[in-house]
Ligand binder design. Structure first.
Ligand SMILES: Nc1ncnc2c1ncn2[C@@H]1O[C@H](COP(=O)(O)OP(=O)(O)OP(=O)(O)O)[C@@H](O)[C@H]1O
Ligand SMILES: [Mg+2]
Ligand SMILES: [Zn+2]
Length: 621
């Protein structure tokens, strides 16, 4: 059995008790070419997007095509251009072109480009051109499935091989891989390590291995995955093809780990600023009831579509109800909803041209590729700046101005600490289990769960959870019948679980640091964009001129904190609806109370700011 994650990719600990979910459906065609402005997401729009620049680029590309032998002479298109078109991409960004050219030349690459930039195209395009398969390794089944479906629709040769592909489908997938040729093989680290997966790939050979979400390899990263630790070895077993490591957010430590663990050979680094110049960052200190009022005022004033992120499912429900009461068109999304309801809400929100608000936990993320999102409000602070930048980065992908507002209350930290406490592996327990396994291995016996739990001096539930971690790291194999096979010799299993425990220890320390980084961002006296760039290892650059710090944090009028009047029209009908709902839950009544009863003006830390859309815009906006 494998330990692949079949989860919605919510950052660890971000949602109290989320069920493993189905992949949210990314609706519509995400090609997003004609509708997009010339600004690549994640890149400042003051440089690359001018029409003059585009013309220069086209001219240059044509002459390259004429030189290159494989060009389509009628249109002057290179094989890369043609492959891009098959993906629905009219024009590649400069960074993508650079990555693809280096990959096709057999160089190792470290690609750090913001979320939604279009990193997938960097390996999808070579897979259509290179003679042998391109293998992409991803930590999340949902991501693989999503991408696989999109490529199949476009008739791009690809095959998915992970733990959920079984029986006949698996045999066919393995045969297709073994036949080789230009093909994208999409897999997980666990399946890549499986014997049949390795055998098929050794038969076909690989032109390139792309490691997606490469930050998962590092215990300094926010989403460490033990299975990633063995990737280096597994790639060597495949004949050490050129490697492309891709991630959206990587600090200097994480970058160093990626290079070391994947054994990248003098990698070409292609990175872009994690922040886009069209995003206006703002932090508003608000506590208690003032928070919901501030949120509602934003939701009323800011242009939609928008996303409101909350930490817990309960907050999502509360905020959603409040928006409904005020007749602000809203959807919601969290892990405690039935998956078809959740998917339906997402589909409705994603419809092109729809101007609604999505209230969600961080479970809402995968496949969110709506170009015209105008604001992201964080109703509570996220657990890390990595998470914040990823979520805020869903706004303004069309290059138009968008607001990223964080409603900050220092008490939010306690919630994250509690959630992380629950979700993180305890290093000492992991080590104890490793020692117990070593004892069983030394005797050449295989334990069952109860016996193992007993010898490790831990409960069976905890032991089961820890075993899953050891399985992901490739130390044990867990059979579907409950059998536990020890894969390492007794001498090394103790050592390896000790080192794994050490990595989780680092992760725990880092959790605290990451939470500190949110506070640094909140209380900074310098441009927020500059701070974000530095945090992710980019040169500081010029202040953005858009964030609240650059604008000098103007005062909000006291009316900003006053109770919010409910809309007059249709009030009668609405009230009836509320009463009915009140019987079931306490939520709406609470929300109504907070919104409409008088409130003290924001007290300590309740800094007042002008609503952002009442501020003068910079000249170039
Ligand atoms: N050059 C381009 N022009 C326009 N759209 C593009 C371009 N390249 C990619 N896209 C589109 O951008 C969207 C996001 O791409 P992709 O999923 O590859 O992002 P990503 O960088 O992998 O983000 P994440 O870090 O969130 O995984 C896709 O719909 C893709 O079709
Ligand atoms: Mg991606
Ligand atoms: Zn700024």
């Amino acid at each position: 059995m494998t330990a692949e994650t079949n989860d919605i990719p919510a950052p660890r600990g971000s949602e109290a008790s989320d069920q493993p979910g189905t992949a949210p459906v990314a609706s519509g065609d995400n090609g997003a070419q004609s509708g997009r402005s010339g600004h690549p997401p994640g890149r400042p729009n003051n440089g690359g997007g001018s029409p003059g620049h585009g013309r220069r680029r086209r001219r240059r590309r044509r002459s390259e095509a004429q030189r290159g032998g494989g060009a389509d002479l009628r249109e002057g298109l290179t094989p890369v251009d043609l492959a891009a078109r098959r993906l629905g991409i009219a024009r590649l960004y400069e960074e993508q072109e650079r990555v693809i050219a280096n990959a096709m030349a057999g160089k190792d690459l470290l690609v750090v480009l913001p979320t939604g930039f279009g990193k997938s195209a960097c390996y999808q395009i070579p897979s259509m051109i290179l003679p042998k398969p391109v293998v992409v390794i991803s930590p999340l089944l949902a991501l693989l499935r999503d991408q696989h479906e999109k490529l199949l629709k476009r008739k791009i040769p690809c095959v998915r091989l992970d733990g959920t592909v079984r029986g006949k489908a698996r045999r066919e997938a393995l045969e297709q891989i073994a036949r080789g040729g230009s093909l994208l093989v999409m897999t997980t680290p666990e399946t890549l390590g499986s014997q049949e997966g390795q055998a098929a790939l050794r038969q076909s050979g690989a032109s390139l291995a792309a490691v997606d979400e490469a930050h998962c390899i590092s215990e300094w990263g926010h989403d460490f995955r033990p299975a990633y630790l063995q990737l280096g070895e597994r790639l060597r077993a495949l004949g050490a093809p050129p490697v492309m490591a891709l991630t959206a957010t990587a600090t200097a430590n994480v970058r160093a780990d990626i290079v070391r663990f994947l054994a990248l050979r003098e990698p070409v680094v292609v990175s872009g600023s994690p922040h886009r110049a069209n995003l206006a960052f703002e932090v508003l200190h608000s506590r208690g009831d003032a928070r919901l009022r501030a949120l509602i005022r934003f939701a009323r004033r800011l242009r939609r579509p928008g996303i409101i992120y909350c930490t817990t499912t309960r907050e999502v429900d509360n905020v959603f109800t409040a928006l409904q009461m005020l007749r602000i068109p809203a959807h919601r999304y969290h892990g405690k909803m039935a998956s078809n309801d959740r998917n339906h809400q997402q589909e409705m929100y994603m419809k092109a041209g729809r101007r609604t608000v999505m209230v969600a936990t961080s479970a809402f993320g995968l496949g969110i590729d709506k170009p015209d999102i105008r604001y992201i409000v964080h109703y509570q602070s996220p657990a890390s700046l990595e998470q914040y930048v990823q979520e805020a980065g869903r706004a303004g992908r069309d290059g138009q101005k968008a607001n990223c507002i964080l409603l900050y209350d220092e008490d939010d930290r306690a919630i994250h600490e509690a959630l992380l406490q629950k979700s993180r592996v305890r290093p000492d327990q992991l080590y104890k289990l490793g020692r117990a396994l070593a004892a069983w291995a030394a005797e050449g016996r295989t334990p069952n769960l109860e016996a193992l739990a007993l010898s490790a001096g831990q409960g069976p539930r905890i032991t089961g959870a820890l075993l899953a971690v050891l399985a992901e790291a490739g130390l044990v194999d867990l059979g579907e019948d409950g059998s536990i096979t020890i894969l390492e010799p007794a001498e090394s299993i103790e050592e390896r679980s000790r080192s794994l425990a050490g990595q989780f220890e680092t992760l725990r320390t880092q959790d605290g640091r990451r939470m500190d980084s949110i506070a640094e961002y909140v209380f900074t006296g310098e441009c927020r964009a500059v701070l974000l760039r530095r945090y992710f290892g980019e040169a500081d650059g010029a202040p953005c001129g858009l964030c609240d710090v650059c604008r000098g944090r103007p005062e909000r009028p006291s009316s900003f904190w006053e109770p919010i009047a409910q809309p007059e029209r249709k009030r009668k009908k609405k009230r009836r609806g509320n009463r009915r709902r009140n019987k079931k839950k306490g939520g709406p009544a609470v929300a109504a109370e907070v919104l409409t009863s008088p409130l003290e003006p924001a007290g300590d830390g309740g800094e007042a700011l002008l609503p952002i859309d009442e501020l003068p815009l910079p000249a170039d906006d």
